[in-house]
Design a binder for this molecule. Structure first.
Ligand SMILES: [Zn+2]
Length: 295
């Protein structure tokens, strides 16, 4: 996969900052890993792009997990990303198909109403920071933008886009986050929002070869911003391991483990994020059973 990094931008007076990222190759990889059909590919691609942009605004060794729990047919949609730009995602129903709404795939209809949970993990904090907001449209970008406005109390604009061709191949993907810093006049964001509405669709621009700066410029209509590149290349990465699977099994409790042992077959566990399968032997199950506290 071609190496790719998030670009950060800020204005001279520091009133506006933005981050932008092109994720075409990453979303192709998601589609390949999950063997997903268009609805789930678009939903996961948007969420993973948004979570990478969000995580890049944190500090080293910090991570963000975003769970979109809607009541729609897509089921749960989930993405994890770190400041180091490692990310993974899944959707409960990656092969969902729905009829078109007004000639388009409606991600909002697939997600449905529900809640969005954003958890931030800090290396030195014992407890993660959890925020829960209601799903606004289910189209992901509006939902993340709403979260930013609610939790950071700053005006923010999020735009995320994934496009596919007639053969369901990913052709373009990317995202932009524009944030007004505290103290910036509210009139600026109103102007930004109005201008953003007139912006061309992101994926159309990416398909045409746009750079992250072209995307930010189109949405902000600001001519001059300083650009810095994020320190890490984006990468689909799942840290799952047999050890972690065993630890998770240990959390199921003695009764569940006993039931698994009585079935007499080794237990298969498949990671939803990367598809790797792990086989846990009967001996290990017995060991875990003996180690856990009785229920
Ligand atoms: Zn995994």
């Amino acid at each position: 996969m071609k190496k790719n990094r998030i670009s950060h931008f800020y204005t001279k007076d520091l009133a506006i900052r933005a981050s932008a990222l092109i994720t075409t190759d990453l979303v192709k990889e998601i589609q390949h890993i999950h063997q997903s059909l268009p609805i789930a590919t678009i939903a996961m691609g948007r969420l993973l792009t948004g979570s990478l942009l969000m995580a890049s605004g944190l500090a080293e060794k910090q991570q963000v997990s975003i769970r979109v729990q809607g009541t729609g047919p897509l089921g749960q949609l989930s993405a994890d990303a770190s400041f180091e730009s490692e990310a993974r995602c899944y959707a409960t129903n990656p092969t969902l198909e729905l009829p078109l709404t007004n000639g388009k795939l409606s991600i909002g209809a697939a997600v449905g109403p529900g809640i969005l949970t954003i958890t931030r993990f800090h290396e030195f904090h014992k407890h993660p920071q959890v925020s829960i907001v209601e799903i606004q449209t289910g189209e992901i970008a509006e939902d993340l933008s709403y979260y930013y406005q609610q939790s950071h109390q700053i005006p923010c604009l999020v735009s995320l886009s994934v496009s596919l061709d007639k053969n369901c191949e990913v052709t373009a993907a990317g995202g932009v986050i524009l944030e007004l810093m505290p103290g910036a006049p509210a009139s600026v964001i109103t102007a930004l929002e109005n201008k953003a509405k007139s912006g061309r669709p992101l994926s159309e621009m990416i398909l045409g070869g746009a750079t992250p700066w072209d995307l930010v410029k189109e949405y902000s209509h600001i001519e001059n911003m300083t650009e810095t590149l994020h320190l890490h290349d984006i990468k689909y990465h799942c840290p799952c391991s047999l050890e972690r699977v065993e630890r998770t099994l240990g959390l199921l409790g003695q009764a569940v483990l006993a039931e698994m042992i009585l079935k007499g077959a080794p237990s298969e566990a498949k990671c939803h994020f990367c598809g790797r399968t792990y086989s846990v032997s009967l001996n290990t199950l017995r060991k875990l059973h003996d180690e856990v506290q009785p229920d």
